[in-house]
Design a protein around this ligand. Sequence first.
Ligand SMILES: [Zn+2]
Ligand SMILES: [Zn+2]
Ligand SMILES: [Zn+2]
Length: 174
Amino acid sequence: MSKATRTPEGAFPGIRHDHGDCVAEALSAAEALCAQRGVRLTELRRRVFELVWSSHAPVGAYDLLSRLAREREGAAPPTVYRALDFLKEHGLIHRIESLNAFVGCRTPGQAHAGQFLICSECGMAAEIDDSRVNAAIDRRAKEIGFAVHSKTIEVEGLCPPCRDRAGEDGHGIG
Ligand SMILES: [Zn+2]
Ligand SMILES: [Zn+2]
Ligand SMILES: [Zn+2]
């Protein structure tokens, strides 16, 4: 028997962690990946990427658009969407359908369909990429004769810090 699935260490980083480190790490991974693939991380793509990485909570598409519109002229929605498409295509960010939002990927460069644990209280999202989940979907889909195009799974709930807070006041959430 394999051990129960658990969230990888640091998937929900502490509130006081140094997020600058996360951003720096993500940027250097993105730069390396683009160099390796011979594609350009243009200034706009880079800025969009930074904004998506501004926290561990997915950033809404409209929020991104308005922030960029304030920052720079010429950041028209189609331009921003093209930048988002580029980042998504190269696995640098993921789209969270249920929130119409984007979140940075911690393991870009490896083909994967993420499974996301999304906290409904603070909005943080943790990506877990469990090969057993992927394999189970593939197996069942094959049995049914279903052709899978996308396997992103979005799970809603409470992250560890929010669970702690909910426990502390004794009233739960709501
Ligand atoms: Zn961080
Ligand atoms: Zn990912
Ligand atoms: Zn939370």
